[in-house]
Design a protein around this ligand. Structure first.
Ligand code: SF4
Length: 249
């Protein structure tokens, strides 16, 4: 019996909307299941098993790889590399070794990335090309008690030893979120840090761009007034560009 993975959606190429790879064409492989229940989660359809699990598909590594290959192939015969991001939910909960190996063996070259909230460190993380760790703070319903420093330390160590480029992204919706980041600042040392405004328009398909602009501007002001000059402040580029909180953007 072949391994299968709970797949919520596979879509792209679209541009990555967040963090260090913002603007980079990417194919997303979204896995269903998460050990958190964030109050401002924008992908509850990949978290809430009671409501959505029946919509997820169990796919093998080969089936996922074939879907990714088909999405990347625009019929130009160029076969250029493209980034593939494992997202969720929390993809770190699963054993992705077979999927990584199958994607690596594919006829098109893929760079492989993961987005996780950092509750779990899987050994296969060292096989990736890029990792975004996004610890959740008070705006999401979590505080320092939920932070596992041993786990975050493993991710930091990948970056410190040059094994995998890792960056940390914090969603900052208020001063309590900032305080959580500040209490981790020394621990995270020189790992690249990104701030992103909290998305407060989750339940409207169409977003008000004026609200997004104001939230971004407020976060820039907060970052600068806190003298956090090493932090990169980015909006959710895909939401700005599409004006939507919809799926598959
Ligand atoms: S960790 Fe991410 S996917 Fe999981 S509930 Fe929180 S925001 Fe949603």
């Amino acid at each position: 019996m072949k391994n299968t993975y709970p797949i919520v959606e596979i879509f792209g190429p679209v541009v990555q909307g967040e963090g260090e790879l913002a603007g980079l064409p990417t194919i997303f492989v979204r896995l269903g299941g998460c050990d958190y229940r964030c109050t401002q989660c924008d992908t509850m359809y990949a978290v809430d098993t009671a409501r959505y699990k029946h919509q997820w598909q169990k796919l093998t590594a080969a089936e996922i790889t074939n879907t990714v290959l088909a999405l990347a192939d625009k019929g130009m015969g160029q076969n250029r590399p493209i980034n593939v991001t494992f997202s969720g939910g929390n993809p770190a909960l699963f054993d992705l070794v077979e999927l990584i190996d199958t994607l690596r063996a594919a006829p098109r070259k893929f760079t492989l990335s993961m987005e996780t909230q950092g509750s779990v460190y899987p050994e296969w993380a060292a096989l990736l090309d890029h990792i975004c760790v996004s610890p959740k703070g008070p705006s999401m319903g979590y505080d320092m008690k939920a932070i596992n420093l041993d786990v975050l330390g493993h991710y930091c160590s990948l970056w410190e030893h040059g094994v995998v480029p890792v960056y940390f992204k914090f969603v900052i919706g208020n001063r309590a979120d900032l305080a959580l980041y500040l209490s981790l600042e020394d621990f995270l040392s020189d790992v690249p840090i990104y701030f992103q405004p909290v998305n407060t328009q989750l339940y409207s398909e169409e977003v008000d761009l004026n609200i997004l602009r104001q939230q971004y501007s407020d976060l820039v002001d907060l970052t600068l007034s806190s003298e956090l000059y090493h932090v990169t402040v980015l909006p959710q580029l895909h939401v700005w560009a599409s004006g939507s909180n919809g799926r598959g953007i």
